[in-house]
Design a binder for this molecule. Structure first.
Ligand code: NAD
Ligand code: DAU
Length: 339
């Protein structure tokens, strides 16, 4: 069933993380009548600074765990929708210790779906292209909504599990749900454990960037602001029960991205270290987002990756106070892993 949904009071889980906080900024800026309750556990990846300064009458932060059913019983009634971003999101962490991924990504999604079922609240599930596994470098294909699930890592297998829960809760219990699977995001507020911020902050810190394996792995980059506009479009115009792939035609291999960063930052493009590869490292992701563009009229705006990368480098250069507190512990963890 198609819909034209105008939410006024939404919960954004994980709204103090990278993509969730960018979505909260997007909603406050673009949709003036909407109030946002951020539900966030403030794990190592959650930072209340990410939403600091937003108007208090528009955004409320509830610090809590999505697995806490009693908390959900208290806060979910009265909201029109839950947009679910909260997750353990980093592949390397899931290889070092999968347990929190099972709890937050699978059990947490289950608890949110149960709350939506009980209080008849619209649910949008933010997922990843990694549920589809990977593609060969020379494969002309891209992922579509029909591609079979074939996740490779503990992280992506828990995200795939959560997607399947959403489908079941929609079909069996009639939960008003949609799913989006997006490609690799970049932009402000991304944790320094992730590829682009890690390399930028290494260079700012006088350290050499670190490239896994042979550097030929391809990721399909999208500016996080375009991800936000796509999620809002699906929340308000999406067909219930449907899945939409989100992407901006941004395929690039890691070596090329790293050399771009080094060049923009005035360094020799070969001034980096090759380090131990990620076990099970997915080779290539590529998204065909034509369903979302054709059926809901969405399109990305930040299509100049080079410009977006330069703006992101400028943001990290100007916000050392934001990333500095997490940098030491993140690099210590990587050092212990030989990366
Ligand atoms: P992130 O790690 O930056 O942020 C995750 C947020 O969730 C943090 O604020 C954290 O405190 C919170 N959180 C974690 N466990 C929680 C719990 N049990 N209860 C409440 N809050 C909890 O993640 P991100 O990169 O912003 O990713 C957000 C979502 O988007 C995830 O679902 C991820 O799978 C998905 N996604 C990410 C990308 C990407 O490129 N980063 C691409 C596609 C999809
Ligand atoms: O595709 C969407 C996914 O993108 C999201 O679901 C994940 O939450 C998000 O973390 C991201 O996953 P990746 O594993 O692709 O992102 P990451 O930033 O960890 O790594 C990007 C690529 O860079 C990957 O091929 C591994 C490589 N890499 C990463 C780091 C941290 C390096 O070469 N060196 C590094 O130091």
């Amino acid at each position: 069933m198609s819909q034209d949904f105008e939410p006024k009071n939404i919960i954004v889980t994980g709204g103090c993380g990278f993509i969730g906080s960018n979505f909260v900024h997007h909603v406050v800026r673009e949709h003036p009548g909407v109030h946002v309750t951020v539900l966030d556990k403030l794990t190592y990846a959650g930072n209340p600074e990410n939403i600091a300064g937003l108007p208090e009458d528009r955004v409320e932060l509830v610090v809590g765990d999505i697995c806490d059913a009693e908390l959900l019983e208290r806060i979910v009634p009265g909201h029109d929708a839950i947009v679910h971003y909260a997750a353990e999101s980093h592949n390397d962490n899931s290889i070092a210790n999968p347990e929190p991924f099972l709890r937050t990504n699978v059990e947490g999604t289950y608890q949110l779906l149960e709350a939506c079922r009980k209080f008849d609240v619209r649910y949008h599930h933010v997922s990843t292209d990694e549920v589809y596994g990977d593609l060969a470098l020379d494969d002309p294909a891209r992922f579509t909504e029909e591609t079979p699930y074939r996740p490779s890592s503990p992280y992506s297998s828990t995200k795939a599990s959560s997607d399947l829960l959403v489908r079941a809760w929609h079909r069996t219990f009639g939960v008003r749900a949609t799913i989006s699977n997006c490609s690799n995001n970049y932009g402000p507020y991304q944790h320094v454990e992730k590829f682009i911020p890690r390399q930028i902050t290494n260079i700012l810190d006088g350290q050499r960037p670190k490239l896994y394996g042979d550097g030929k792995n391809v990721r399909d980059w999208i500016h996080t602001e375009d991800h936000s506009s796509a999620v809002w479009t699906i929340l308000t115009k999406g067909v219930l029960g449907e899945t939409y792939l989100i992407g901006a035609d941004g395929e690039r291999d890691n070596l090329t991205v790293l050399r771009d960063i080094l060049t923009v930052m005035g360094k020799d493009p070969d001034d980096f270290d090759w380090v131990r590869d990620r076990p099970g490292h997915d080779r290539r992701y590529a998204i065909d987002s034509s369903k979302l563009r054709r059926e809901l009229g969405w399109k990305p705006v930040h299509t100049d990756f080079q410009k977006g990368l330069e703006q992101t480098i400028a943001w990290y250069t100007e916000h050392e106070d934001w990333w500095r507190p997490a940098k030491g512990a993140t690099e210590a963890k990587y050092r212990a892993q030989g990366q």
